[in-house]
Ligand binder design. Structure first.
Ligand SMILES: Nc1ncnc2c1ncn2[C@@H]1O[C@H](COP(=O)(O)OP(=O)(O)OP(=O)(O)O)[C@@H](O)[C@H]1O
Ligand SMILES: [Mg+2]
Length: 243
């Protein structure tokens, strides 16, 4: 069953066509990758799915209901939550409090929110840093915290925007394991990612965006051999998707 359906989704920034007639479906329980060169429109697409930007054309349907026009908070309440490409924790709040803020999207009582946050910190490997301030975290821990805040809202669909960026191979491997565990709990995942190791390891299916348009779709091993995909990346300074 399709949980999220985009049909003809389009966004202009002035004269720039950032996303053009994008249509795809995300099934319940799926882990779907979204790749494409810098500036392809991936984050803009996430902004439109999560209510931060309104599409100029097209429809977004989630769990059988139209989403366009709803605010991010409403969409989060309905079970779809995104992370930000640049992690922005509350710097002057502790790690625990940052995650409590997420949990308060789901429950009203602080005691319950703290309990949820505790569980999420265990799952994400941040429990030992619960008392540290947001500003003191290293990049890998900020990425985990971004994921933890999203998880604390109790999502049915998790939209991850480049959570691996800037991590070394060991940290990447750990985060791959964590995302797999999250998916194993029944959460549907849509993953924007440049790190191909992660895309290959995690995605059941991959969509490729280039200049705002979907140019390929299929199993990861097929997509990376697709001529259009290789050409799209050749326009950049590398000979293919980042490895
Ligand atoms: N608020 C905005 N105003 C004007 N142009 C924008 C805005 N946001 C994004 N763009 C432009 O839209 C295009 C798509 O940007 P977007 O951030 O969606 O790409 P992306 O695929 O996420 O890239 P990256 O891999 O670098 O994160 C780019 O040309 C970008 O410069
Ligand atoms: Mg982006």
């Amino acid at each position: 069953m399709s949980l999220l359906t985009l049909a003809g989704v389009t966004k202009f920034f002035g004269g720039l066509r950032a996303v053009h007639r994008v249509s795809f479906q995300l099934s319940e329980g799926e882990m779907l990758g979204l790749i494409g060169p810098n500036g392809a429109g991936k984050t803009t697409l996430f902004h439109m799915i999560s209510g931060f930007l309104r599409p100029d054309a097209g429809t977004v349907t989630y769990a059988g209901k139209p989403l366009v026009g709803l605010r991010p908070h409403d969409i989060c309440q309905r079970g779809m939550v995104r992370t930000f490409q640049v992690a922005r924790p509350f710097l002057r709040l502790s790690v625990l409090e940052n995650v409590v803020v997420g949990a308060l999207e789901r429950v009203t009582h602080r005691r319950e929110a703290v309990a949820i946050a505790g569980e999420v910190l265990e799952l994400t490997g941040l429990a030992e840093k619960a008392g540290s301030m947001g500003q003191s975290l290293t990049l890998p821990d900020r990425k985990r915290l971004e994921l933890a805040r999203a998880l604390a809202t109790g999502p049915r669909v998790l939209l991850l925007d480049e959570v691996m960026a800037g991590l070394n191979p060991t940290e990447t491997g750990r985060l791959i394991d964590l995302i797999r565990a999250v998916h194993g709990r029944g959460i549907t995942v849509l993953l924007i990612e440049h790190v191909m190791k992660a895309v290959m390891a995690l995605s059941q299916r991959v969509l490729v965006l280039n200049y705002g348009e979907l140019i390929a779709e299929g199993p990861p091993a097929e997509v990376v051999r697709d001529r259009k995909v290789i050409e799209a990346y050749l326009g950049e300074d590398s000979a293919g998707p980042e490895t």
